[in-house]
Design a protein around this ligand. Structure first.
Ligand code: ATP
Ligand code: MG
Ligand code: MG
Length: 574
């Protein structure tokens, strides 16, 4: 029913399908992959990459592999593997097809990668470089300035091979030698810096989370990635724009290894799209980690975090995030997407789904003086105003209620239609208690300091919503309330944007001064009594306030804690 909207990647895939570019026995004609490094938690930027890659597979009857790009032993841990698996599943995607799991680890390819490196040395395409890290950096030159060949570039294949084997055997210390590629005689003068004899192996005496101490040399990303793609029969290797300069090496490596008989043509092709930059957050694992480590947030899943686990706990739905990724599309030009776009997708997703409920977030006591003490009258309201078939929810009205503090003004401003007391000869305002009765304000109680402690009203017994008499009352004010006798007292967390600046880390500046000190306000609220049954992760629209979710971590049976997911309208002001 929902045809995917066109974008340049879909156009490429459709052309390839029409041309039969990737027709291979027993394999789908579209195979993509999502290749995270397990060194942190996924964020909203990764969600875009997940939606793009798994989305292409879904839309063209292909498949998408989940591949852990785990070639850097020092920074990778099982904890991150587990959370990434959870997050991709939660977003609604699967790497299983016809009973087969397509979950892979680049570390499973270490042996094959090693053999390919040996081949490249033997064929004269790779050499062991023994320059110091400083000299390598210096001799690489700069953009616009050619680099200088390493004095070890002329090493014979035999010598390099023997040394590479010694590297593998653990005969050298970290950093003593590296293995580099020579794509061409004059590569060190290439205007493309990544072509200047890229390193493909380095020595690292470090424990790997999966291969343990089996290896002390590890392949570099630029070497591992294209080979992993080819080993997995990837057709379209989709990545972000910063890898554009790496594409010549990607193509060269796979073409060279195909000549060597390692792969059959056609090999995978790389395509780049613009990464997601979202306002009012930072999307860099390093910066997110800093916030966790420094206690700026409570953890990776703090509801203020733009991580998938944070968005989930905040109350975002997988459907809202998928809708967001579809709506922003893919492009070849870097740009910024405003946070309000993500929030808008969430509202569009939740509006038809979320049951309505009443919550008083900043309570003020209201006393209906002519309502009999100890009595209660049942009121009801649709679970959802647009879907009567979802039924009614009921809640009692009693003599004492909670209303919002800002639904009362002692001295009303112009156009204020909610509660205000009698002024001079004029009576107090008339206001409808939603789904209940019309009331008229008769006065207030104050404490010794002059603070208002309660609002007094009288009610009109024949004005109950849904009865005939109710139509004879014309009132402009209409407010929500909960019965003080039966309300559920609950902790409600009012979350707001994490930063006060749209682009907190623009130009690499210090982003911490722009953390929003009001990104979290905790209130004790009163909710309609039925909310005690709210299950963790269940979402509601609290009328007039926004969308809320029962926190998946801190809620206990009968005692939910709520997070505000987003307000009803885009009302964000600094
Ligand atoms: P970070 O910069 O936050 O550390 P990364 O790119 O190093 O992210 P990876 O685990 O390597 O993290 O990312 C996995 C995939 O997600 C890569 O293909 C990467 O291009 C993609 N990705 C990462 N950030 C974004 C983003 N902001 N928008 C779109 N795709 C992204
Ligand atoms: Mg990366
Ligand atoms: Mg990174």
């Amino acid at each position: 029913a929902n045809a995917p909207s066109p974008n340049f990647l879909r156009a490429i895939v459709e052309n390839d399908l029409a041309a039969g570019t990737h027709v291979r026995e027993g394999l789908p004609p579209v195979i993509t992959r999502f290749p995270p490094e397990p060194n942190g938690y996924l964020h909203i930027g990764h969600a875009k990459s997940i939606c793009v890659n798994f989305g292409l597979a879904r839309d063209y009857q292909g498949r998408c592999n989940l591949r852990f790009d785990d070639t850097n032993p020092a920074k990778e841990e099982q904890e991150y593997v587990d959370t990434i698996i959870d997050s991709v599943k939660w977003l609604g995607f699967s790497w299983e097809q016809q009973g087969e799991s397509h979950l892979y680890y680049a570390s499973d390819y270490f042996e094959r990668l090693y053999l390919m490196a040996e081949y490249l040395i033997t064929a004269g395409y790779a050499y062991v470089d023994s320059q110091s890290a400083d000299d390598i950096k210096k001799n690489r030159g700069n953009f616009g300035t050619p680099g200088v060949n390493s004095p070890f570039r002329a090493r014979t294949p035999e010598e390099s091979l023997a040394m590479f084997r010694d590297m593998k055997a653990g005969k050298y210390k970290d950093g003593e030698h590296i293995l580099r590629i020579k794509m061409a005689a004059d590569s060190m003068a290439s205007p493309n810096m990544t072509n200047r004899d890229p390193a493909i192996y380095r020595i690292r005496h470090a424990h790997h989370h999966r291969t343990g101490d089996a290896w002390c040399i590890y392949p570099m990303y630029d070497f591992t990635h294209p080979i992993s793609d080819a080993l997995e029969n990837i057709t379209h290797s989709v990545c972000t724009l910063e890898f554009q300069d790496h594409r010549p090496f990607y193509d060269w490596l796979l073409a060279t290894l195909s000549e060597g008989g390692f792969f059959k043509l056609p090999v995978p092709r790389q395509y780049e799209f613009a990464r997601l930059n979202l306002t009012y957050v930072v999307t860099s694992k390093r910066k997110l980690r800093e916030m966790v480590d420094e206690g700026i947030v409570t953890g990776w899943d703090d509801p203020r975090m733009p991580t998938i686990v944070g968005l989930r706990r905040r109350g975002y739905t997988p459907e809202a995030i998928q809708l967001f990724c579809e709506r922003i599309g893919v492009s070849k030009a870097d740009g910024w997407i405003d946070m309000s776009t993500l929030e808008g997708c969430l509202r569009d997703d939740l509006d038809p789904k979320a049951p309505r409920a009443t919550a008083v977030l900043r309570p003020l006591k209201l006393i209906i003086d002519n309502f009999p003490e100890g009595e209660s009258v049942e009121c009801s309201s649709p679970v959802h105003p647009h879907f009567p078939e979802r039924g009614l929810r009921t809640f009692p009205i009693t003599r004492e209620l909670w209303i919002e503090q800002d639904d009362f003004m002692e001295v009303p401003s112009k156009g204020y239609f909610r509660y205000f007391p009698p002024i001079g000869d004029a009576p107090g305002s008339r206001v409808r208690l939603r789904h209940g009765y019309v009331t008229e304000c008769t006065g207030v109680d104050k404490d010794a300091d002059g603070n208002i402690t309660a609002v007094h009203v009288k009610y009109f017994e024949d004005s109950k919503s849904g009865t005939e008499g109710s139509n004879t009352y014309k009132v402009k004010g209409n407010i929500h309330w909960v019965s003080a006798a039966t309300a559920l007292e609950a902790e409600v967390r009012l979350y707001d944007r994490l930063f006060t600046e749209a682009q907190p880390d623009a130009g690499g500046r210090d982003w911490k001064p722009f953390l929003n000190p009001n990104a979290l306000e905790v209130v004790t609220a009163y909710l309609e009594p039925g909310m005690s049954a709210a299950e963790p992760d269940q979402r509601f629209q609290f009328e007039r306030h926004g969308y809320f979710v029962a926190d998946r971590v801190d809620s206990t049976p009968g005692k939910p804690v709520f997070n505000r997911v987003t307000t009803l309208k885009d009302s964000w002001v600094k």
